[in-house]
Ligand binder design. Structure first.
Ligand code: SF4
Length: 491
């Protein structure tokens, strides 16, 4: 079955064209997004139903650690005339990085290590709650510790979590990806790095974001040259410690960023020879420090064209240096780079999420605990999560049941985002129709804009399509999800 490119559907087509013209890039890694979830009345029943029918098979595990090093209000903002520091504090919000809207809180006081250890103990107990559901019939496909800043946890903390994983899923296969997200300054020496490697981590992802001091300062991170040196040291230590896959995250469009500075950051990242480089376009969302500063005219955002130019020059540089583009944000070294946890998601392997901010993507439903950005609300959610697990209850408070239509949409969105593309034969086997028959207008809109190709049973984005894959896959969001997202209020 060939895609009918002439089957024009004006609304979707113009929506996509506008997005392309405005160089909009959104990230739709997960569908449906948490903002579309509804409150759950009976978490125990909901969790059981979510996994019903998945009697055996692989499970990817995502563990969320919500703690971060406290960040500061950037000096250049404090030096602005006509605004007092307490007013600025109010606008900037909790002491997080200016661009970040992830669910997490800064750690304060002398006992933060104990706080994190307690949290990790509870997380281990949460995994054990799944004993009855998985009943020793499932194997672990990949493990990912995300945050927040998981590298604030000690190797001993992680060892306890690994024990719980073994209790439920049996031995952890040696060849699976076990990934740690890290903020550079949290790992202080080669020996500390080696400890993480020795307990089983084989992939490490550094949220470096920039190698330019002005940009780092504007994020709210330490305005010190030594911070930049540490950002390089940790990559070298990770190599020496034998990590198989090292990722560096950089951000395009940070305040005060120039093209020269961004290109210089990227060149410095390439010099460190990581296996994977991930480039994110900044999103000045209203719930972030940057977003609020933009609405108070304290920060001038870059134009979408500026970011598009950075993206284009980055792509050329990365390809010249031997990196291959894998997704709209990710470039890899052929042999070692990548992100297996994400690939597992694209391959429809269910993901069990544990920790206060984690989302579970099971067979029949997705669920999580409530989401918040402010310090007070986030803290409340973490306490609530803790209490539920102490009572041996599943902590889920919100969820989304996937009916047949939503399962189709989820599969199309995730697989179109994957490097291999949408396996239309498998889709047809499961859902009877060819994807183009189920969603003719959406495929037509993408086709008219020359973003996809089809061959050997797969529909996949071409080079131009990869660049706009997040916008293009948004066309497959259901009305129900769009509606819920538009009505969602961030706490
Ligand atoms: S970017 Fe990372 S370190 Fe900064 S606040 Fe967000 S999760 Fe924490």
């Amino acid at each position: 079955m060939k895609i009918d490119y002439n089957n024009r559907f004006k609304t979707l087509d113009s929506l996509l064209k506008n997005a392309i013209n405005e160089q909009k890039r959104e990230y739709t890694y997960t569908y449906p997004p948490k903002r579309a979830y509804n409150e759950i009345n009976d978490p125990d029943e909901f969790v059981r139903q979510a996994w019903e029918g998945y009697e055996e098979g692989a499970v990817a595990l995502y563990a969320h650690i919500p703690y971060c090093p406290p960040r500061q209000i950037p000096q250049p903002l404090l030096q602005k005339p006509n605004i007092k520091s307490d007013e600025l504090q109010e606008i900037w919000g909790k002491e997080s990085c200016g661009f970040c809207n992830l669910f997490g809180i800064p750690v304060y006081g002398n006992d933060w290590k104990e706080q994190i250890s307690d949290y990790m103990n509870t997380l281990s107990d949460e995994i054990l709650l799944y004993e009855e559901i998985f009943g020793q019939n499932h194997e672990i496909a990949s493990i990912y510790f995300g945050g927040g800043t998981p590298s604030l946890g000690s190797p001993e903390d992680f060892t306890k979590v690994f024990e719980s994983i073994r209790d439920i899923f049996g031995e952890i296969p040696e060849d699976i990806e076990i990934s740690l997200e890290a903020s550079p300054e949290t790992i202080k020496s080669f020996d500390e790095m080696k400890d993480y490697r020795d307990i089983g981590f084989n992939r490490i992802s550094f949220g470096i974001q920039s190698f330019n001091l002005d940009e780092i300062t504007m994020i709210g991170r330490p305005a010190q040259r030594s911070y930049l040196k540490t950002s390089k040291d940790v990559v070298t230590w990770a190599k020496q410690a034998g990590f198989k896959n090292i990722n560096i995250d950089l951000i395009m469009g940070l305040p005060l960023q120039t093209k020269e500075n961004f290109n210089s950051s990227l060149a410095q990242a390439i010099d460190l020879d990581p296996d994977t480089i991930t480039l994110y376009s900044i999103a000045m969302r209203g719930e972030t420090g940057f977003g609020r500063c933009v609405s108070h005219n304290l920060i001038q955002p870059h134009s979408p064209q500026f970011i598009a130019e950075l993206y284009d020059s980055a792509r050329t540089l990365l390809e010249d240096e031997g990196y291959k583009q894998k997704t709209s944000t990710q470039w890899i070294k052929q042999e070692t780079g990548g992100y297996k946890q994400q690939e597992n998601m694209y391959n429809m392997i269910p993901e069990l999420g544990v920790g206060a901010g984690a989302r579970t993507a099971a067979l029949n439903a997705h669920y999580s605990i409530d989401y918040a950005v402010s310090y007070e609300e986030s803290k409340k959610i973490i306490d609530q999560w803790n209490q539920k697990i102490k009572n041996r209850d599943f902590p889920a408070t919100h969820g989304f049941i996937l009916d047949k239509d939503e399962k189709k949409r989820k599969r199309i969105i995730l697989q179109l985002l994957s490097p291999n593309g949408l396996n239309s034969e498998n889709y047809q086997k499961e859902f009877e129709n060819h994807p183009n028959d189920d969603f003719p207008e959406e495929f037509a809109a993408i086709g008219i804009n020359e973003l996809i190709e089809e061959g050997e049973g797969f529909i996949y984005f071409n080079e131009k399509g990869i660049q706009y894959s997040s916008v293009a896959t948004r066309l497959f969001w259901s009305e129900r999800v769009e509606q819920a997202v538009s009505e969602y209020k961030t706490k």
